[in-house]
Design a binder for this molecule. Structure first.
Ligand SMILES: [Zn+2]
Length: 305
């Protein structure tokens, strides 16, 4: 039951030290969801052995170039590969006109692109399939921006196999029991559901917050998340710069993680001024020890609990 994040790019606006701009892929039971699409996306997919042909939904947080310049190349290559399946782009409303303007200059596309404008000023359900629900997370940045919260669907309860035989339960009744029903045996006795089944694992959540200043209003929205990605463009020494450009420091990210009591924090969107990122990690760990320094190609697996 995979729930795994791969970071394809962890750089801020200006790529440096082999770090590509922001882009990620969340793999939920082998369905891939792409989050932001920095320049060089199709190359990063190849670098890390992920097949971009499998993407069906792509989520763009805001229209600063480092978060979507990878789209034209990726879409063109999908066309060159003869893709037939529709691709849905979730993002700010203006994304549609930008991509549509470029489409005549791409090799004739063999597939449809569906544009789904997202609200950036409120927390709202924007997508669901049988694996996940996706909600927006309003961010505070120099332009309108929204992060995304991926929440796994609640699984049904699990049947205790040994009791099927013991009570002679017909297989056709099992779906109802997994959904919560008791079993009434032939002699009329009632076998309670709690005895027949075990509770499902807790649905896992992933919260993506980039780009933003420290925003306390995020805390209730990402409360208890299994994994929180929070941008950490700067360290404390550059706090004035962070405030001026509406970005966060590593400590800001850690403060959100601590207040929201998330399980794990992963940092990214590093300024090109930092070759080594130890300072950012050390500062974040002072407030929130379960912090990981995100790196290009880094994977974070979220286990069931
Ligand atoms: Zn930005």
């Amino acid at each position: 039951m995979k729930f795994e994040l791969t970071l394809l790019g962890t750089s801020g606006a200006v790529p440096a030290y082999s770090r590509f701009p922001t882009m990620q892929v969340l793999n939920v039971q082998e369905t891939l969801y792409m989050i932001d699409c920095g320049e060089g996306a199709q190359m990063r997919f190849t670098d890390y052995g992920i097949r971009w042909g499998r993407l069906k939904q792509l989520f763009i947080s805001h229209l600063h170039g480092d978060h979507f310049y990878g789209l034209p190349g990726l879409i063109s290559s999908m066309g060159l590969n003869g893709r037939k399946e529709e691709l849905t782009l979730f993002g700010p409303a203006a994304l549609e006109s930008m991509i549509r303007t470029m489409m005549p200059y791409m090799t004739k596309l063999s597939f449809e692109i569906k544009f789904q404008p997202i609200p950036q000023d409120r927390h709202e359900l924007i997508f669901e399939d049988r694996r996940v629900q996706v909600f927006t997370l309003p961010l505070q940045h120099s332009i309108a921006a929204a992060g995304f919260l991926f929440r796994e669907r609640q699984r049904p309860r699990s049947m205790r196999g040994e009791l099927i035989e013991k009570y002679g339960i017909p297989y056709r009744q099992i779906p109802a029991i997994k959904a919560g029903a008791d079993y009434v045996a032939e002699d009329g006795s009632n076998i309670p559901n709690e005895l027949l089944t075990t509770p499902p694992p807790k649905p896992r959540t992933y919260a993506y917050c980039s780009d933003t200043v420290y925003s306390e209003s995020l805390v209730p929205l990402v409360q208890g998340a299994d994994l929180l990605y929070h941008e950490a463009t700067f360290c404390e020494r550059e706090r004035p710069q962070a405030e001026r450009t509406q970005h966060s420091t590593a400590m800001d990210a850690a403060r959100i993680a601590r207040q929201a009591q998330v399980r794990q924090l992963v940092l990214g969107h590093y300024s090109s001024r930092y070759k080594y990122l130890d300072v950012l990690l050390a500062e974040a760990c002072q407030l929130f020890p379960d912090t990981l320094l995100g790196s290009d190609g880094g994977m974070v697996n979220v286990p069931l609990r």
